[in-house]
Design a protein around this ligand. Structure first.
Ligand SMILES: [Zn+2]
Length: 431
């Protein structure tokens, strides 16, 4: 938890881009997410639908559903986020020209641009180079798309239909992680590479990033992808491909502080104080100062970082209070028009006074107001009959709803593109 308080003071973002589940460098991702504490995500163009399944009979689209879940588990282990595009893993491809005969390049460029504009990374890192013939065509294609999207995301004439929902965004630099797959490059460690020791030990996690990476990597079960743990210094090498070439580390000229958000500089001192006064034996003592920070954050004009950090802060506050809430139902299925009985359990395991004011149901947008004090360590149960609307669509992986082509999923709604979640929300809230 103390690490998450420290993270509240880091205002920066990195997007790692490659083609398949398992192309990502989990050790570098774990280091960025937990040591540098920047918001980190992996964009896997495909869901790995074209591979083999070592643990069950599912293949093709069904395997993609399994690998989507494996990637979400991996991201939970290494502390990062996950995105996908509409690309389908159609099997081995010799080079990017062949790949782009089956993938719709313009649609995929639109997807990568959309995710960059939504996630707003300061740095993009690719696993692969744009040089054809060095690896799987999907891999090279992922690097080509990353390079083109780096420029297109900042260009308001490219994919202007997205600008109803998002602003243009210019990442500062694009780096190729030459040590991710060393077969691509015989001199991956030469002097024009940025060298990064990612083997550090994280005292909050009581693990080194080699250990975190092994846990994350071992979630790729359908690929039999376990990896041994490593400890001690471990070097990653990165080559600056686009943007200003940094001499002092990958974050040169990137302000990772609250100074980048207008009116927010007071938060730096408050979060520092919260970090230093944190008491693991009584985390609830941090509630006061964190609630003060929440008031300041809520008073700022709406912005990307306001929303990201409010979400992080609310989770830290809930965890400091030992809050637990669960909504359960005995019904394994329900049809439109039916009502399901939900039992909600909620408990405050701190002496800080907490009141339950509202419960919202994200799928159906139902809301109920309460005025219920939650006393220290007293379990509260609430029964709720949730009506399933007559026109609610059946649950299914949203990318499988429409007929796909050999290389592409067809997704009707822009909002869903990139989402790792299986289910589409009922009645999308549009801006
Ligand atoms: Zn791959």
């Amino acid at each position: 938890m103390q690490m998450h308080i420290k993270k509240l003071n880091v205002v920066g973002c990195i997007l790692y881009i490659a083609a398949h589940p398992d192309d990502e460098n989990t050790r570098l991702i774990a280091y960025l997410a937990n040591e540098v504490l920047v918001q980190t995500a992996y964009l896997s163009l495909t869901r790995g639908d074209g591979g083999q399944n070592l643990i069950g009979p599912e293949l093709n689209e069904a395997l993609g559903v399994i690998r989507t879940q494996e990637l979400l588990q991996a991201r939970q282990a290494d502390g990062s986020k996950q995105f996908f595009s509409r690309a389908k893993d159609f099997g081995f491809s010799k080079n990017p020209d062949e790949t782009f005969k089956i993938w719709n390049k313009e649609h995929l460029l639109s997807d990568v641009v959309w995710i960059i504009r939504k996630f707003r990374p300061d740095i993009i890192i690719t696993s692969f180079s744009t040089e054809p013939g060095t690896t799987h065509g999907h891999h090279t294609a992922s690097a080509i798309l990353a390079h083109e999207a780096f420029d297109a995301a900042a260009d308001k004439t490219r994919f202007p239909e997205q600008l109803v929902y998002v602003d243009v965004w210019q990442p500062k630099r694009l780096l190729w992680n030459t040590s991710a797959f060393v077969f691509q490059h015989e001199n991956y460690t030469t002097e024009n590479k940025i060298k990064l020791d990612v083997g550090a030990f994280n005292p909050f996690l009581a693990k080194s990033y080699g250990e975190v990476a092994a846990e994350s990597r071992s979630k790729h079960r359908s690929q039999g992808m376990g990896m041994g743990t490593t400890r001690g210094e471990a070097f990653e090498y990165l080559h600056a491909e686009k943007g200003h070439v940094p001499k002092k580390g990958i974050f040169e000229d990137i302000d990772l502080s609250w100074n980048r958000v207008e009116g927010a500089s007071a938060l730096t001192g408050i979060f520092n104080e919260a970090f230093h006064q944190y008491n693991p034996a009584n985390p609830a003592v941090s509630a006061d100062i964190l609630l003060k920070a929440k008031d300041i954050l809520e008073s700022l004009p709406d912005s990307y970082w306001k929303q990201v950090k409010l979400n992080e802060l609310q989770e830290v506050i809930r965890n400091c209070l030992g809050m637990y809430m669960e909504a359960a139902t005995a019904a394994s299925t329900a049809c439109p028009g039916e009502t399901i009985k939900i039992k909600i359990q909620i408990i405050n395991r701190s002496k800080v006074p907490v009141e339950l004011k509202k419960i919202s149901y994200s799928h159906t947008h139902n809301e109920t107001s309460y005025s219920l004090p939650l006393k220290y360590d007293i379990d509260k149960f609430i029964n709720y009959d949730l009506p399933i609307p007559d026109d609610m669509p059946y649950s299914e992986p949203y990318w499988l709803k429409n007929q796909s082509s050999r290389g592409m999923f067809h997704i009707g709604e822009q909002h869903l593109i990139g989402s790792p979640k299986i289910h589409r929300p009922y009645r999308l809230i549009t801006p």
